[in-house]
Design a protein around this ligand. Structure first.
Ligand code: HEC
Ligand code: HEC
Ligand code: HEC
Ligand code: HEC
Ligand code: HEC
Length: 210
């Protein structure tokens, strides 16, 4: 079997091999099997290349990402104007890796009585009674190969704002920091504690990648 250089870098014209019409016109049966194999290799290569490109894109900077949410929940109205503490709704942040978004029964603690004349609150209440969760769109999302935990950072009294910006002033939440490796490592090198004392984080690769 003659190995073709295009099996590594398939050009578009080589990819036409797997169109049956062309194969029937140009190739004998034995040749057809090897050409098919090469074509399959070419396709596998393209799939792989696509996956790698997708991976690179995912590693990009998502600053400014601010998707529309199923119910227009305003942090400015709740955490800003009404001064509801972040941890009232994101209490998991102090005790686990994830801060998590509150389930609807947390909303109902107030909205059983607050603003029940609002169509938005009526929709919220209907979903709650039907037992349907609200499908909030995820915003901050590290790649799977990175380890991060809220708990340890909050134990060092690092503020939510350091990584999420001034959420209490956001009507619709937006990713404010890059959350790229440089952002994390910079702080690990230079962070100061609440009294201005050195409070660095680890910078060896296995801290965040395992
Ligand atoms: C009354 C409940 C409530 C309070 C108080 C609250 N949040 Fe939220 N938070 C939510 C809900 C609901 C969502 C999901 C909807 C959204 O993204 O707007 C959310 C989403 C977020 C997200 C984005 C999650 C993601 O998908 O990446 C961050 C970051 C966040 N909150 C931080 C904060 C901070 C910081 C505070 C305090 C300044 C705070 N929240 C106060 C309910 C609350
Ligand atoms: C040191 C940086 C840092 C601090 C401080 C921080 N966060 Fe986060 N937060 C992140 C990162 C990074 C993610 C994405 C995590 C992931 O994809 O696994 C995230 C995700 C979230 C999410 C989405 C759900 C989740 O847990 O993945 C919410 C909600 C959130 N943070 C709220 C808060 C609140 C509220 C505070 C303060 C009490 C806070 N964060 C403090 C970095 C931070
Ligand atoms: C601690 C009390 C409290 C909790 C918990 C709470 N809210 Fe609210 N919410 C308020 C207050 C106060 C207002 C402002 C009411 C007003 O404008 O008179 C409000 C207003 C709203 C509005 C605007 C309604 C309109 O038509 O103007 C929406 C939407 C809303 N909340 C959704 C939610 C959701 C979703 C949750 C759960 C993630 C939630 N709230 C949790 C107190 C709360
Ligand atoms: C504002 C400063 C700051 C930022 C930003 C920050 N860190 Fe940290 N991080 C710290 C400090 C300080 C410690 C040390 C905590 C300790 O010693 O308990 C730490 C510890 C850690 C640890 C080891 C403790 C644990 O939870 O297992 C990991 C992992 C970590 N950070 C990951 C990250 C990642 C990933 C990011 C970026 C998305 C990030 N950090 C952003 C300050 C920061
Ligand atoms: C404090 C946490 C932290 C430490 C320490 C850390 N990384 Fe990362 N790394 C990240 C985060 C967050 C990402 C994902 C975002 C990005 O791509 O920048 C990442 C992404 C990467 C990537 C993906 C490609 C890229 O450049 O975006 C590689 C490779 C990598 N890290 C290698 C390393 C090596 C090697 C070390 C040790 C010298 C290291 N990391 C130490 C947090 C960390």
């Amino acid at each position: 079997m003659q190995l073709n250089r295009y099996s590594v870098f398939p050009a578009t014209d080589q990819l036409t091999w797997h169109f049956p019409g062309k194969l029937e016109k140009n190739q004998g049966a034995s040749n057809l099997v090897s050409k098919k194999l090469i074509a399959v290799g070419g396709i596998a290569f393209l799939v792989l290349a696509g996956a790698v490109l997708g991976f690179w894109r995912n590693l990009g900077d998502n600053t400014g990402y601010s998707p529309e949410q199923p119910i227009p929940f305003s942090h400015k109205l709740h955490a800003g104007d009404n001064k509801i503490p972040c941890l009232y709704c994101h209490a998991d942040a102090t005790r686990s890796r994830h801060a998590t978004v509150p389930s609807t029964n947390v909303c109902m603690n107030c909205h059983n009585v607050v603003k029940t004349d609002s169509p938005l609150i009526q929709e919220l209440t209907r979903k709650f009674k039907e037992g349907k969760p609200i499908e909030w769109v995820r915003i901050h999302d590290l790649p799977d190969h990175v380890y991060f935990s809220h708990k340890r950072h909050l134990a060092k009294q690092i503020k939510c704002e350091a990584c999420h910006g001034n959420v209490a002033q956001m009507d619709r939440i937006v990713q404010d920091k890059t959350l790229l490796m440089g952002f994390c490592v910079n702080c690990h090198r230079t962070n100061k504690g609440p009294n201005g004392e050195d409070q660095k984080g680890p910078t060896d690769c296995t801290t965040c990648h395992n």
